[in-house]
Design a protein around this ligand. Structure first.
Ligand SMILES: Cc1ncc(COP(=O)(O)O)c(C=O)c1O
Length: 401
């Protein structure tokens, strides 16, 4: 692990976590990690079986508890996110919910970023409230707002950066310091940035969660998630909320995600390159009111983006001058860019958050946090840039006519 952490990201993405495979084979180590597509594991003696129950590190028992294919993925994730340990889950929300349930096992209060992925907002605002866990939502781009929201029983600081869909950034080092000073567990959803864009643990954040449905798997074939952090925390998630509530990744989805991760650094570089060009094109277009992209100088936190991000990502948010009608017209006219929720796919995906991903967030809260009705979100894919731009150009021209 220590040696793997010194490797470049592309080498890590391809090789990390796979070295123990040799011990599983008598001869001929499989070049690709195999899929252990089985629910249970057989023992030869009662003593061996009892030992596996006593010491889980000694062997595999049942796939809801652990599986060799999941293991390879988890070892790779820990290396890529610079964490001690990682856990793969059945979905991004499986990761968010099990991390929160573990951090809040004794109850307590949460301080969270006001602009979050909608299902995470619902967990905090509705589901956890049913169990007496309250959340105060604040604009964490201003760190003093965290301090002001902290109460006697606050246990967790929950973050996203860049946020979905407004692409606001949080000063990761500053937020981690505030959390540490008050004894809070800091959790960040790093789905938009990926470990190629930023490694929050290196800034002092305690726990990273991912929707691996997005960039990490990359082809839109999988729903999957991950929790990464200190071994003690990850083990508590694994042996408690994950195992018992059951949001366990299937070996096949773990394997598909592994294949995706091997090309993450190279894909992410191309996502960023294409997105930079799309952002500049949109910013110069007369039909566009404004564009948010962390790599644009016009982003209010451009300096922070340069300081803490290694690459600015593939997500862009923009507003058309013609508001909701123009936004709907645009997505109707696009031919190559697909009208679809989700992100981080090889294909360019475009969506309208107010009527889709954030439609469950009450309208007044949407307006308050800046998710206007005319806002459009684009996940720039890996197609040739000329083809993405020409599709956007023809659709935007038809908006103006
Ligand atoms: C930032 C973010 N976190 C979490 C999720 C949830 O992931 P999943 O759909 O894999 O459960 C999403 C889904 O879009 C997301 O955008």
């Amino acid at each position: 692990m220590i040696v793997e952490k010194k490797l470049g990201k592309s080498t890590q993405a391809i090789h990390a976590g796979e070295s123990h495979l040799s011990a599983l084979e008598k001869s001929g180590i499989p070049l690709l990690p195999p899929i252990y597509q089985n629910s249970t594991f057989r023992f030869t003696t009662a003593a061996e079986c009892a030992e596996a129950f006593r010491d889980e590190e000694s062997g595999y028992v049942y796939t809801r508890w652990g599986n060799p294919t999941q293991d390879v993925l988890e070892k790779k994730l820990a290396v890529l996110e610079a964490g001690e340990a990682a856990l793969a889950t059945a979905s991004g929300m499986g990761a968010v919910s099990t991390a929160l349930l573990t951090a809040l096992a004794d109850g307590g209060h949460v301080v969270a970023m006001a602009n979050l992925y909608s299902a995470t907002f619902q967990i905090l605002n509705e589901d956890l409230r049913q169990f007496g866990i309250e959340t105060t939502f604040v604009d964490v781009t201003d760190l003093t707002q965290i301090e002001r929201a902290i109460k006697m029983d606050t246990k967790v600081l929950y973050l996203e950066s860049p946020t979905n869909p407004l692409l606001k950034l949080i000063d990761l080092r500053g937020a981690a310091e505030v959390a540490k000073a008050h004894g809070l567990i800091s959790i960040i959803d790093n789905t938009f940035a990926t470990p190629c864009g930023q490694q929050p643990i290196n800034f002092g954040i305690d726990v990273v969660v991912h929707s691996m449905t997005k960039y990490l798997s990359g082809t839109g074939a999988v729903i999957a998630g991950a929790v990464i952090g200190e071994k003690e925390f990850v083990t508590r998630v694994k042996k408690g909320a994950l195992r018992n509530f059951g949001a366990v990744i299937s070996p096949f989805n773990a394997w598909l995600t592994l294949q995706g991760i091997t090309t993450l650094p190279i894909r992410f570089a191309r996502h960023c390159e294409n997105a930079g060009q799309v952002a500049e094109f949109l910013e110069a277009h007369p039909a566009v009111a404004w564009v948010r992209y962390p790599g644009l100088q016009s982003h209010p936190q451009y300096e922070l983006a340069r300081r803490q991000m290694e690459a600015f990502g593939g997500m862009i948010t923009f507003e058309l001058k013609g508001g909701r009608t123009a936004g709907e017209h645009l997505v109707d006219r696009l031919e190559r860019c697909a009208l679809a929720v989700s992100l981080g796919d090889v294909r360019t995906l475009i969506c309208h958050p107010a009527s889709t991903t954030h439609s469950h967030v009450p309208s007044e809260i949407r307006q308050q946090i800046g998710i206007t009705d005319g806002l459009v979100r684009i996940s720039v894919g890996l197609e040739d840039i000329e083809d993405i731009l020409s599709d956007l150009k023809q659709a935007l021209e038809s908006c103006a006519s």
